[in-house]
Design a protein around this ligand. Structure first.
Ligand SMILES: [Zn+2]
Length: 258
């Protein structure tokens, strides 16, 4: 499942989302931008999204459709120029249920092995409130603390944790969690230079036809709208806004390494 190693001089960014397409809509521009800057960018996808809308694939079996979505995500990662995705092999809608223990163990293992400098995942609101999103937020947040803060073992590492927020490039059809407020916007990433890569990644998810941009306005929103995040750790001032992901101080020297 995990073919990548942590041994690289480059800064490492690890994004964890629940279904193929989450990564492209929420953070595709940011993943592409930092990969183009020379960072090693990894993606974990908890499920194959086999319960999602079928579009042109409605005659396929569940397994066949899962394979299609897996291949679509592989293609999206190529457009973003990031590592091939790692999957937790959870059933769709089971991340916080039957898959909880397995997903928790795998995420912790991946974090300890990759030792990411920056982690991106869902916030507690899960954008839409989908149970796989909110469960993954809890799993990743817990693993982040367990894997990056070893203060009592003498080798505390520093890393940054970000929660993805909704921006206007997220399809209107994606509903808003009405029970949990999204975290405050702290971080705006300009993705205009990689907008075409983000658009190509989104279009790789062909089965999700209902989410594809259907107007020039929607295309322009994807191409040019900055992506939004909340920096959960380290803490940021109540009104502060940043325009770059925070690389831990100990890794700043590596940022120049391509
Ligand atoms: Zn999702």
């Amino acid at each position: 499942m995990l073919a990548h190693t942590k041994h690289s001089a480059r800064p490492r960014l690890l994004a964890l989302f629940s279904h193929p397409d989450d990564e492209s809509f929420l953070a595709g521009g940011t993943l592409a931008k930092y990969a183009n800057m020379g960072w090693a960018v990894y993606l974990v996808c908890a499920t194959y999204g086999e319960s999602g809308q079928r579009g042109e694939y409605e005659d396929l079996s569940v397994n066949e459709f899962a394979n299609i979505r897996r291949a679509e995500l592989e293609t999206a990662c190529k457009h973003l120029r990031i590592h091939s995705p790692m999957f937790l092999d959870c059933a769709d809608r089971a991340v916080g249920g039957i898959c909880l223990n397995s997903a928790t163990k795998q995420v912790l293992h991946i974090m300890r092995r990759l030792e990411p400098d920056v982690v991106i995942t869902f916030g507690p609101d899960g954008i839409s409130g989908h149970p796989d999103h909110t469960a993954l937020s809890r799993i990743v947040s817990g693993a982040f603390w367990a894997a990056t803060v070893h203060a009592f073992r003498g080798h505390r590492r520093r890393a940054s944790l970000y929660y993805a927020l909704r921006s206007s490039s997220v399809p209107e059809g994606c509903r808003q969690n009405e029970r949990i407020e999204p975290p405050r916007l702290t971080t705006t990433i300009d993705i205009a230079e990689v907008g075409e890569q983000k658009l190509a990644a989104i279009r790789s998810h062909r089965g999700q036809r209902h989410l594809q941009p259907s107007s020039e306005t929607a295309v322009q929103a994807i191409l040019s709208t900055p992506e939004h995040f909340h920096r959960a750790y380290p803490p940021i001032g109540e009104t502060a806004l940043e325009t770059e992901l925070l690389l831990p101080r100990s890794r700043l020297g590596a940022q120049q390494v391509a």
